[in-house]
Design a protein around this ligand. Structure first.
Ligand code: GDP
Ligand code: IMO
Ligand code: MG
Length: 424
């Protein structure tokens, strides 16, 4: 069973970092396949907290090779800061490999991300301002610069000179910014290249060889299903494909290599940034979820919008990712509530939708159809056996399984590694 993909089933921040770290122990390689440093994956190892943005959440285990695949967009400055930060805390990063085909986030991407959001005003996407959208746009329009371009700074400069002419026109004429200096960027990226050179590799070959040898490869998704560029709540999405299918393209492996697809499911829903959110709670219940769940962005510190669990979303995530199992996280946060609601459908103009509506107006305007179940009102943080969970918590989980049509294999009851229940 060597190829395992882990994905977020909602709008991100489901606890992917925690589950990746937990399972990484049994892996040989952990690989990121899309996104960039818009991701923020939290791992708690003993008393230490780590927040990973570009580096896979398996890096804490010295036996694991960590790979940043071709589908990721890399801000080299951020990557170097992350590497230095880990080294200074005694974590070796020697076994990190970076795909030579991954695209670079450039200084103009960062500026354009912010400037476009500002221009959009109230209609803004609420991006992380990490330059992700503009970097993927350049990749698609074939004007991007890649990691491998940094291995030959002459070529890098030639390509940049052409691109920068156009970017500077946009920056100065449309957004009223100062133009960027070619030589300054070349000097900065020459420094980054020197620091990162030893990590650059043909990562698709490395991962395929490992799979040939029946080694365990873990594909760590970033973001979540509803932030997918094709299948998410467009345009309030990110610019890559966080789905299980994205793992094949973002690393360079065939679909037959994937044996398991684990969906990470938060026991309620959160979202950062703009866009529709049918079960959002703009009240005391939502505030309690935010405070008890520590729902503040790992990357930007923004408060996350909170709401009840939504089975329509889980069914959709199951369908488009081909989930083999799910890990339910943050069940402990729901210990606060006497009554808990589960959204089982969306009602719009007298019609009830069990499946995620294809027309987004419905997602914006629908009313959630709720089922109410009893809460358990007791702490779960120290429970390690499924049978020891309160009966009401077991019933809640059983209903999630039933509505989602996918078995639960793990239940997380706290942020620490040991706060996990395996379910047979
Ligand atoms: P990711 O982006 O999917 O990796 O998730 P984040 O790390 O951005 O956000 C998840 C947050 O919840 C982090 O602060 C985790 O430490 C925390 N967390 C993960 N699992 C649990 C859990 O089961 N219970 C609680 N209370 N916190 C958790
Ligand atoms: P992890 O991996 C939650 C959201 C942003 C915004 C939208 C577009 O930690 O789950 P972008 O900067 O990607 O152009 O922003 O996507 N977003 C995330 N939300 N978790 C993430 O990553 C996210 N990465 C991007 O808030 O709404
Ligand atoms: Mg996160």
């Amino acid at each position: 069973m060597p190829g395992i993909v882990l994905i977020g089933t909602q709008w991100g921040d489901e606890g992917k970092g925690k589950i990746t770290d937990l399972l990484a122990d049994q892996m040989d390689i952990v690989v990121r396949y899309q996104g960039g440093d818009n991701a923020g994956h939290t791992v708690i190892d003993g008393s230490q907290e780590f927040r990973f943005h570009l580096i896979p959440s398996g890096i804490l285990y010295p036996h694991i090779a960590c790979v940043i695949g071709n589908g990721v967009v890399i801000n080299p400055k951020v990557l170097i800061e992350e590497l230095d930060g880990l080294e200074s805390r005694g974590v070796s990063t020697d076994k990190l490999l970076i795909s030579c085909n991954a695209h670079l986030v450039m200084p103009y991407h960062l500026i354009l991300d912010g400037a476009r959001e500002l221009k959009l005003g109230k209609s803004k996407i609420g991006t992380t301002h990490k330059g992700i959208g503009p970097a993927y746009a350049d990749k698609t329009s074939r004007t991007g610069l890649r990691i491998q371009d940094m291995l030959d700074m002459k070529i890098f400069k030639k390509k940049l000179e052409i691109v920068l002419k156009e970017k500077n026109e946009i920056l100065t004429k449309i957004y009223d910014f100062e133009p960027l200096d070619l030589d300054k960027i070349v000097t900065d990226y020459t420094g980054y290249a020197k620091r990162l050179e030893k990590h650059i590799a043909d990562t698709s070959l490395v991962v395929n060889k490992a799979l040939d040898e029946s080694k365990n490869v873990f594909f760590e998704g970033a973001q979540g299903t509803l932030l997918d560029i094709d299948h998410g709540t467009y345009p309030f999405v990110t610019s890559s494909s966080p789905l299980s299918g994205g793992a094949c393209v973002g690393v360079g492996v065939g679909p037959k290599r994937i044996d398991r697809v684990i969906g990470v499911v938060k026991a309620y829903i959160t979202r950062v940034g703009s866009g529709p959110f049918p079960t959002e709670l703009d009240d005391e219940v939502g505030n309690t979820m935010r405070e008890k769940g520590g729902e503040y962005g790992t990357t930007t510190g923004r408060p996350r919008r909170c709401g009840w669990f939504d089975a329509v979303i889980l069914r959709y995530a199951n369908m488009i990712n081909g989930l083999t199992e799910i890990a339910v996280t943050k069940l402990d946060v729901l210990s606060q509530f006497e009554k808990i609601k589960i959204c089982v459908g969306y009602e719009h103009k007298g019609k009830v939708y069990d499946n995620f509506p294809p027309h987004q107006t419905i997602v914006h305007k629908c009313k959630p159809v709720y089922e109410e179940v009893g809460g358990w009102m007791e702490g779960l943080n120290n429970i390690t056996n499924y049978d020891d969970l309160p009966k009401a918590a077991q019933e809640y989980l059983a209903r999630i399984e039933e509505l989602g049509g996918v078995p639960i294999k793990m239940v997380s009851v706290g942020p620490k590694r040991r706060q996990i229940i395996f379910k047979s």
